[in-house]
Design a protein around this ligand. Structure first.
Ligand code: MEV
Length: 332
């Protein structure tokens, strides 16, 4: 039976988290930790999913029973909802066997749900011969994420599709690739898994009780993000200035209440050992921080992050978006 394998990258937020939920921009970069999704056409009216990294083995569902609103594990919900949305939009249907494989732990906020959603939809478009532009893919993947988790700006989906480093505004109102090379980033993991949705709700509550101040903080985050974009447009990226902007962004995130002592420890360790700048990356509440550092300084920064209890996650950034890995047809 016809089978295709695609892969999509994870992401790291560089600037603008949380504010990007409220019609502000962010900057996101795709990372080389990828999730592959292999989809095979079946000749029975069934969906079979295997996603070992989220402990899904031989999960089966009749096509007529596809849904988003069950309390299934995350891995299955995104894949299942993506398939349902694809079938509904393009008025097609087929039995399918899906196998996902991740190069990174779903513990990290690298965007495994968005990468698997993008991968599933891209694979379906290839298998079922439906032309989808990047924008079509974004719209359907974003709808899928909102159907499943209710909140999210869609920046992670854009990174999964376009790759590289992007300027992104809420819901994909603007998606512009930035001229960028790989950034000399160090990623430190606090060891604390953090869920995005509760942190987004927490910031929403803070905004409800302090609308003016919080909106002004979002305005400042927008300014910082736009200042960073200006730096990316220059022929030579000024790391000193970019680091300074990261530090300011971190202060603003702290004022939104999403920083933690563990993140702070790693961020100060990085700054004190010579990083140009350091901040949390993503929703906060734990998870990862990033620091900008070059050459010998980078080794120093890594050492002191480890000494402060962090785990270094080695990544490349500014990497390729979703891509076909292979396709084959057989008559089994
Ligand atoms: C989470 O990585 C970043 C947030 O801005 C959520 C989102 O944009 O979907 C907190």
């Amino acid at each position: 039976m016809k089978k295709v394998k695609v892969s999509a990258p994870g992401k790291l937020m560089l600037f603008g988290e949380h504010a990007v939920i409220y019609d502000r921009p962010c900057i996101v970069t795709a990372v080389n930790h990828r999730i592959s999704t292999e989809v095979e056409i079946l000749d029975k009216e069934k969906i079979i999913i295997n996603a070992p990294e989220v402990k899904i083995n031989n999960y089966q569902k009749e096509i007529s029973d596809l849904s988003s609103d069950s309390d299934l594990s995350k891995g299955v919900r995104f894949v299942e909802t993506a398939i349902r949305n694809f079938f509904n939009k393009y008025k097609v249907s087929s039995g399918l066997k899906i196998q996902t494989k991740s190069e990174f732990s779903s513990q990290f906020g690298f965007g495994s749900s968005s990468a698997v959603t993008v991968g599933t939809l891209k694979a379906l478009s290839i298998l079922l011969d439906i032309r989808m532009s990047k924008r079509d893919l974004f719209d359907l993947a974003y709808k899928t994420v909102l159907d499943v988790q209710g909140v999210g700006s869609g920046f992670d989906i854009a990174a999964g599709i376009w790759g590289g480093t992007l300027y992104f505004v809420t819901g994909g109102k603007e998606i512009t690739p930035l001229k960028s090379k790989e950034l000399p980033l160090v990623v430190g993991y606090t060891g604390i898994k953090a869920e995005t949705a509760p942190l987004v709700r927490q910031v929403a509550q803070l905004r409800e009780s302090n609308p003016e101040s919080i909106n002004e903080i979002f305005d400042l985050i927008e300014k910082i993000t736009n200042n960073a974009v200006d730096l990316f447009k220059k022929d030579k990226l000024d790391f000193g200035k970019l680091g300074e902007l990261m530090n300011i962004n971190q202060g603003l995130l702290d004022s939104l209440g999403v920083n933690t002592i563990e993140l702070s420890r790693l961020i100060y360790a990085a700054r004190n050992s010579g990083a140009f700048g350091a901040k949390l990356s993503g929703a906060g509440g734990g998870d990862c921080m990033i620091a900008l550092a070059l050459g010998k300084q980078k080794d120093e920064v890594e050492r002191s992050i480890k000494k402060s209890g962090g785990k270094i996650i080695s990544i490349k950034n500014n990497t390729q978006g979703v891509r076909k890995e292979n396709i084959n047809e057989s008559n089994r």
